[in-house]
Design a protein around this ligand. Structure first.
Ligand SMILES: Cc1cc2nc3c(=O)[nH]c(=O)nc-3n(C[C@H](O)[C@H](O)[C@H](O)COP(=O)(O)OP(=O)(O)OC[C@H]3O[C@@H](n4cnc5c(N)ncnc54)[C@H](O)[C@@H]3O)c2cc1C
Length: 228
C-alpha cells in the first residue's frame, strides 16, 4: 500500500491546507478514512495517527459542527449509569473522566460542584439517599484511581457553606446541602480540535470545502500491521 509521508509539522496554515487537500484528494492511498469530525471521529483519527496509520479525515461542515459543540459540557463519571445498574459503562465513564482530567485535557476540564439543597421539607431518608448516591459515584472515582484532590468526596455542608457556593439558593427553610463533585469541560468544541500527541495530526481535508461522504467504494481489500 502506498502510504503518504508524515511531515511531523502540525502548524495549521495556508501551506498546510494546500498540502493536506492535495494529499487527501490525490492518488496516494491512506490507511484510514474518517468521515465526520465530531468528538468520535476526531478521537478515532487521533488514535489511528498515534498508532502510525495514515489518516484522511473529512467533515461535511466543520470540526465539531454537530452535537459535539452543543453538549451540556459535562464529563460525568458514570453515576447516571449506576442508576440503571450498568456497572461496566459506569466504570468506563469514571476511567475516561479521570484520563481527561489528569492526562489528555487537564487544561480543558475543571471540577464542578453539585449541590442538592436540604430544606425543612427534606426528610432524613431523602437526605441520606442523596448522600448515598454521591457516595456511590465517589466509589467509581476511587475505582478509577482519580485523585480526591481533583474530585473531593461528597459531604453534607452547612446552610452558610451552601449559600457561599450557590448564592441564588432560596434561603427560606434552607438547612444545608449535600455536596458532590463531577467534571465539566471548559469548551466541548475545543476538546474536539485539540492537538494530537507529539504534534501528529490526521490530514484533514479543508473543512471549508465541505467534503460530504456520499458512499464508500471498495477498490482494494487487505490489512497491514501498523508499526509505531
Ligand atoms: C443537548 C445535548 C447535551 C449533551 N450533553 C452531554 C454531556 O454533558 N456529556 C457527554 O459526554 N455527552 C453529552 N451529549 C452527547 C454528546 O454530545 C454526543 O454523544 C457526541 O457529541 C456525539 O459525537 P459524534 O462525533 O458521534 O457526532 P457529532 O458531534 O454529531 O459529529 C458528526 C459529524 O459528522 C459530520 N457528518 C455527518 N454526515 C457526514 C457525511 N456524510 N460526510 C461528512 N461528514 C458528515 C457532521 O458534519 C458532524 O460534524 C449531549 C448531547 C446533546 C444533544
Amino acid at each position: 500500500m502506498n502510504t503518504p509521508p508524515t511531515t511531523g509539522d502540525s502548524r495549521l496554515n495556508a501551506a498546510r491546507r494546500e498540502r493536506d487537500l492535495e494529499l487527501a484528494t490525490g492518488e496516494q492511498i491512506a490507511d484510514v478514512l474518517v468521515v465526520g469530525l465530531g468528538v468520535t471521529g476526531a478521537g478515532v483519527a487521533l488514535d489511528a495517527v498515534s498508532r502510525g496509520l495514515s489518516v484522511v479525515a473529512v467533515d461535511a461542515h466543520d470540526l465539531a459542527f454537530g452535537t459535539s459543540r452543543w453538549s451540556s459540557k459535562l464529563a460525568h463519571g458514570g453515576l447516571l449509569y449506576l442508576a440503571s445498574l450498568q456497572l461496566g459503562i459506569a466504570h468506563e465513564s469514571a476511567v475516561e473522566r479521570g484520563i481527561l482530567m489528569t492526562r489528555t485535557a487537564p487544561h480543558l476540564t475543571r471540577p464542578i460542584p453539585w449541590l442538592i439543597p436540604l430544606t425543612r421539607s427534606t426528610s432524613h431518608t431523602a437526605a441520606f439517599l442523596d448522600l448515598a448516591a454521591f457516595a456511590a459515584g465517589d466509589l467509581l472515582r476511587r475505582a478509577a484511581h482519580t485523585p480526591s484532590s481533583l474530585l473531593p468526596p461528597p459531604r453534607r455542608i452547612s446552610r452558610t457553606a451552601a449559600l457561599a457556593i450557590a448564592p441564588g439558593l432560596k434561603q427560606d427553610g434552607l438547612r444545608g446541602a449535600v455536596l458532590g463533585w463531577d467534571c465539566q469541560l471548559e469548551d466541548d468544541a475545543r476538546l474536539v480540535v485539540r492537538g494530537g500527541p507529539h504534534g501528529r495530526r490526521p490530514r484533514c481535508a479543508d473543512p471549508h470545502s465541505h467534503p460530504r461522504a456520499s458512499g464508500v467504494r471498495r477498490r482494494r481489500t487487505g490489512a497491514r500491521r501498523a508499526h509505531r
